[in-house]
Structures are given as C-alpha cells and as structure tokens.
Design a protein around this ligand. Sequence first.
Ligand SMILES: [Zn+2]
Length: 154
Amino acid sequence: MEYILSSTAQEAPTSECIFCDMQSAGDDRSRLLVYRGERTMAVLNKFPYNNGHLLVMPKAHVSHYNGLDEATFAELHQLLHKATNVLEESMRCHGMNIGLNYGQVAGAGIPGHMHYHLVPRWNGDTNFMAVTGMSKVISQHLLDTYDQLKPLFA
Ligand SMILES: [Zn+2]
C-alpha cells in the first residue's frame, strides 16, 4: 500500500537506466542502494521475490561479461561472495537462488545493465499464498531490510 500511495510509484523513469541513475549523489536508502564498492554495487530489489532479494552488479553500464574489465569482473564476484555471507548472517536463510538473466531473451528486465539476483530461501517459504493466490507475502518492509543489511556490507 505504501508503494501504491507513494509519489515515486507514479514517477516516470528519468533516463534509460535506473541502475546508472541511482549512482548519482543522493539518498542511497530511498534508492535501496545498500552498498557502493569501487566498481560494483548492491541494491535491494524494489519488487522482491522474497525477503532480502538483492541485486549485485557492476557500476558501469555493461550488458555482457565481455564488457567487463578484469578488475571489475573480480570485484563483482568478490561482492557476490560478500553478499551471500551478508544474507546468510543477517537473514539466517537456509539457501539461496543466485542467477543472472543474461540478455532479454533470458528474461532480463534491464538487459543493458547486467545484474545478479540473490534470492534468500527458507524451508517452507513457498506456501498456499504463492500456489493458490498467485501472490507472494514479503514479511519485512524494504527499508527495514535495508537497515538490517547496510551495516553488514560496511
Ligand atoms: Zn546502466
């Protein structure tokens, strides 16, 4: 409900890429930008599949691995490792889905800016709501999740 009533829900996108836009100076918390590295960053998904759903990506607007230099590739995978530790420590999840929708044909929502999805999983997290109601219950407010994860990335 908060999302529906908020003004940002009706805002039109200001440029081609939200991941590039959110890197400008401003309020990282309201953008859900939970970690800024030198070449990479981590963002909470505004439309989470599950509590703690993180996106890990290069800062550069790059669609494919071959657009990454070696240092960015290395930092990206170090951050992926760190993010799994943060989620396990903070959310006490039992497992995780980690994936990359590589290209539009593979389902990438923002195909021009590659990003890994990290979706924490708990035993029994798929229940009748998802199966019969086609709805997913997210048990924690996004900004509470942000506040929980932010210090662990520092
Ligand atoms: Zn971009």
